[in-house]
Write a protein that binds this ligand. Structure first.
Ligand SMILES: Cc1ncc(COP(=O)(O)O)c(C=O)c1O
Length: 383
């Protein structure tokens, strides 16, 4: 391994590998893969060049000395961090990462360049991790206990041992920082020969202007996750990302999944609900989709609308597409979107094509609840 460490001291472009035997299983044969992963993406394209040297040559011994391997410099840790910082500074995002707790370094950092997750974390390259997101409004975390319940449930379903007890997760989620709005907890298990489970908590300030105008949705052609995976909030969100992209490509805000039996399921990061012609609030069952904390709270708050006579009742059951598209109102519900009216689903205009009174009343109820709800849903963040 002496040759490995000494070659790593030099930029890769200065390193020459002579007579590298690709079928060799001696320790030196480890040289290429280790350097490949060390150099990451920048090197990957060039590794194809190396492989073509192998292909074009009838020899098993491929001389790569004459091949320009890479101009990518080899950086020490502080140089890499500095480059991370400049790359972040050059990227203007509406989301600011204000603070991060990591159980790996056992502390909180406010330096966004240090808000990183180790490459060998099983969450990063195998998707073995769960997460949750809760909103912070006026210094109060909304529905913290409900989000803690869900992340612990998700971790159990994903066979992830909690890296610490519930109280420690709660404490770390209370990270003290002014002005934050969103908090995200990611927990990860690395099985057997990997790292032990880790906990990360990130505080994100979303500066996008709030927009509650009604939106269009489309039916997702990306298949919904099977119920076993849809009911847990794992980091495997590729189907969700693709379905959101499909919506945007078709001028929509979100794509709606149908379940395996063709009933209305949910959106990529929100639940859906309807107001029927009979003035009932209707929501799909949570048995094959994510049990949304906001949607569950809406079901409780909507009881007030029943008392006021604004709706006749509340039902949670299977919803057909025909019923959904023929509803008086349709809405998206979630921690990010809160309650947002849907004005059009595919080619079908919903109701009279305007934000409905029940959706608007539910939005007001949720916002009031976030600002002045009971202590069971509001926990003060100790600034
Ligand atoms: C797939 C999915 N469904 C529903 C929701 C809504 O859940 P919540 O109201 O807890 O944010 C989310 C939230 O991210 C989600 O990812």
């Amino acid at each position: 391994m002496a040759s490995l460490s000494s070659s790593l001291m030099k930029p890769i472009s200065q390193t020459s590998y002579t007579s590298l035997n690709f079928t060799d299983h001696s320790p030196n044969s480890l040289l290429l893969p280790q350097i490949l992963s060390f150099s990451g993406l920048g090197f990957r394209g060039r590794s194809l060049g190396l492989l073509s040297v192998m292909k074009n040559s009838s020899q098993t011994e491929a001389s790569v000395e004459s091949t320009q391997i890479s101009d990518v410099p080899l950086l020490c840790c502080s140089e890499a961090i500095e480059r991370l910082r400049s790359s972040q500074e050059s990227y203007k995002s509406k989301q600011q990462y204000l603070a991060m707790y990591s159980s790996i370094y056992g502390g909180i950092t406010t330096d966004s360049a240090a808000m990183v997750i180790p490459m060998d974390d099983h969450m990063v390259h195998r998707g073995h991790g769960v997460f949750d997101t809760a909103a912070i409004m006026d210094g109060y975390l909304y529905e913290l206990e409900q989000h803690l319940d869900r992340i612990i449930r998700s971790a159990t379903l994903a066979k992830i041992n909690l890296p610490c007890d519930r109280e420690s997760i709660r404490r770390n989620t209370h990270s003290n920082h002014t002005g934050f709005q969103q908090d995200r907890v990611i927990s990860n298990l690395s099985p057997s020969n990997c790292r032990k489970p880790s906990l990360y908590a990130i505080v994100i300030q979303d500066q996008s202007p709030s927009d509650q105008k009604g939106v269009k949705v489309v039916t997702s052609s990306i298949p919904i996750k099977p119920p076993q995976f849809a009911i847990m909030k794992s980091v495997n969100y590729l189907p969700n990302v693709l379905s959101k992209m499909e919506a945007e490509e078709n001028g929509g805000y979100a794509a709606i999944w149908l379940d395996q039996e063709g009933y209305v399921a949910e959106g990529p990061n929100m639940n859906v609900a309807f107001v029927t012609k009979e003035k009932e609030l209707l929501m799909p069952h949570f048995d094959k989709i994510l049990s949304g904390c906001t949607a569950r709270r809406v079901l409780v708050l909507a009881e007030g609308l029943v008392k006021e006579g604004k709706i006749r009742g509340i039902r949670v059951r299977n919803v057909t597409v025909e019923e959904g598209k023929g509803a008086d109102e349709m809405m998206l519900i979630g921690s990010g979107v809160l309650v947002r009216s849907v004005l059009q689903w595919d080619e079908q205009i919903i109701g009279d094509g305007k934000e409905g009174p029940v959706s608007l009343a539910l939005l007001n109820l949720i916002v009031d609840d976030m600002k002045s709800g009971p202590h069971t849903v509001r926990v003060r963040v100790p600034y």
